[in-house]
Design a protein around this ligand. Structure first.
Ligand code: TRP
Length: 361
């Protein structure tokens, strides 16, 4: 039977995305109450907005302006983590108002969960100009462990003072965090081309020495050799795996000239001169005819890493009943995380609350 879309039933963005989230909580076997509450909180003024009305803001979280994206991370140990990436929206969005709402959210989360804000406080002035520029100010992710307990990450925009200042802002943030050398290492491997763009600077809002700083670089027009070189910044991993990953998910693609491959690096307190972990993100939606092909390729990748591919269909089924061949973009990105002792795959899946990725002709 055709499912009646929520937009036709007077549903809100909150109704749809919470329904999807409840399904995903079942897939990863965690209690839904905390995730659903947090989703409502982060949606802010977008929560109660009827889907029959246009998006409150052209959020860049997803291609159709939905301000949330779901992901499921699977480690080679079999652990699964559910995550929500989101932009919080105030009643009257604007770059400055969105930044204000994001800062308020940080304060209220830190009060409720006792989050340490010392590292954020040490660098936030760099990322909070009076007149923010770029696609976003601050984004959030909520990561739920096997017990359903959340961890929090905040993403800051290096281009918030204009793209020409991204490099200088990130260098200063790394310097303040005592990771100056590591920033140079990353730059030498992934910021050598004119098309390499610093896109996110992220912090775990966690206690302890394992709390991470993450830097994301969009490598426009890259070849697999470019991202293999980027992976070379991390000791003890095999960069060749990154090439295999790209070839399996986007066979025959010599140059990724659609949405870019993204490289990210994680650094913990002890990573003074080199990052300890590398991830590649492949925007699968631009390198497939549609999601039925994405599904096949991701299944192949999961089998390669000895992960049961049945999980993928459960994730898809949590979000939609549409024909997979009708469009691309439900499976937005796939990422592979490499560290010396662990490998993980993450599947980023769209809510498609506002129709999904626009069809390109
Ligand atoms: N939608 C944006 C993009 O595709 C931001 C984004 C959302 C993103 N999820 C992501 C970027 C995962 C990289 C990886 O660029």
């Amino acid at each position: 039977m055709e499912q009646v879309p929520m937009s036709a039933t007077g549903g809100t963005l909150g109704d749809l995305t919470k329904h999807q989230l409840r399904n995903l909580c079942r897939v990863v076997s965690i209690d839904e109450s905390e995730p659903v509450r947090l989703l409502g909180r982060v949606l802010g003024s977008a929560d109660s907005r009827p889907l029959s009305r246009p998006p409150l803001w052209q959020s860049d979280i997803a291609d159709d302006a939905t301000p949330v994206e779901f992901s499921v991370q699977i480690n080679d140990t079999g652990e699964r983590h559910l995550r929500i990436l989101a932009e919080t929206l105030p009643e009257h969005p604007s770059p400055a108002a969105n930044l204000g709402a994001a800062r308020d959210l940080v304060s209220s989360l830190s009060e409720r969960y006792g989050l340490p804000l010392d590292r954020l406080r040490a660098i936030e002035d760099l990322f909070t100009p009076d007149e923010p520029q770029g696609h976003f100010s601050w984004w959030f992710s909520f990561i739920f462990d096997a017990a359903g307990r959340p961890k929090f990450k905040v993403y800051l925009n290096p281009a918030i003072r204009g793209p020409e200042r991204s490099d200088e802002i990130c260098a200063e943030a790394f310097r303040r965090l005592g990771l100056e050398e590591a920033f140079h290492t990353v730059g030498a491997h992934a910021l050598q081309r004119a098309q390499d763009e610093l896109t996110f600077f992220a912090l775990d809002l966690d206690h302890g020495p394992q709390s991470r700083v993450k830097l994301y670089i969009s490598q426009h027009d890259a070849t697999t050799d470019d991202v293999i070189r980027a992976a070379g910044a991390v000791p003890g991993i095999s960069p060749g795996q990154v090439g295999d990953f790209c070839r399996l998910l986007a066979p025959g693609t010599a140059r990724f000239s659609g949405r870019p491959l993204v490289s990210s690096y994680s650094l913990v307190e002890s990573d003074r001169d080199k990052p300890s972990n590398y991830s590649i993100y492949l925007p699968l939606r631009d390198y497939v005819p549609d999601d039925s092909v994405s599904r096949e390729r991701v299944r192949r990748h999961l089998r390669e890493y000895e992960i049961d591919p049945a999980m993928l269909d459960e994730v898809i089924g949590s979000l939609t009943e549409r024909e997979l061949s009708a469009n691309a973009g439900l499976l937005a990105h796939i990422s592979l995380r490499l560290s010396p002792d662990q490998t993980g795959t993450t599947v980023y899946a769209s809510s498609e609350a506002y129709g999904g990725t626009p069809v390109q002709r």
